[in-house]
Design a binder for this molecule. Structure first.
Ligand code: ATP
Ligand code: MG
Length: 171
């Protein structure tokens, strides 16, 4: 199974203008910190680079809200970019390289550019490639803050919809 070995962010939400690199080892990684320190912003960054289409699900009104808005003596970012490094030594992703880097960049106008190993790509190419690893922001492999509460409070009909969806029989 391919795994994400590194997340790089530049100008994304609270992460400022300098490049921030988050290394991830295999297995469980926990990110801890005080309230408001940017833990959920890391998950938003993952959903963003994986092709998330709803700004609201990534806790923003519009895509331009992903750009670092300045403060602490720093200027607002001209763009926000997230890069995801996949370790592909086992060839799980259909690309002939041991590391696959997918990225998404958004500018102030909200225009997005996706890349696979630095080459321009469409969102669909990325979504298709990653569907093999079951990584999608709409998939239940992301449990967002508040989701567990939502699942517990759901009625049995709504919970059934999720189970059907996961089992692939919703249609
Ligand atoms: P909690 O423990 O409460 O869940 P958290 O660590 O998950 O907190 P986040 O929700 O990831 O925190 O981060 C919220 C912070 O991100 C807020 O301080 C907010 O001001 C900041 N933030 C959000 N968008 C931007 C932006 N565009 N530019 C700068 N800062 C931003
Ligand atoms: Mg949070």
């Amino acid at each position: 199974m391919s795994h994400v070995s590194k997340i790089e962010l530049r100008g994304f939400k609270s992460f400022g203008n300098a490049k921030v690199s988050i290394p991830l080892s295999r297995g469980l990684t926990a990110i801890v910190g005080p309230n408001g320190s940017g833990k959920s912003n890391v998950v938003d960054a993952l959903c963003f680079v994986l092709g998330g289409m709803s700004a609201k699900l990534m806790r923003a009104e519009r895509f331009s809200d992903f750009l670092f808005n300045g403060g602490n003596g720093q200027r607002p970012a001209p763009f926000a970019e997230v890069l995801l490094h996949f370790n592909n030594e086992d060839g799980a992703l259909p690309i002939n390289s041991t590391t696959v880097v997918i990225s998404r960049k958004v500018d102030r106008s909200g225009k997005c550019v996706y890349r696979i190993n630095r080459k321009r790509a469409s969102r669909q190419e990325i979504v298709d490639m990653l569907s093999k690893t079951m990584s999608s922001p709409g998939g239940y492999n992301f449990i967002m803050q508040g989701d567990v509460d939502r699942f517990i409070k759901m009625d049995s009909f709504d919970r059934r919809v999720i189970i059907d969806d996961l089992a692939g029989v919703a249609e």
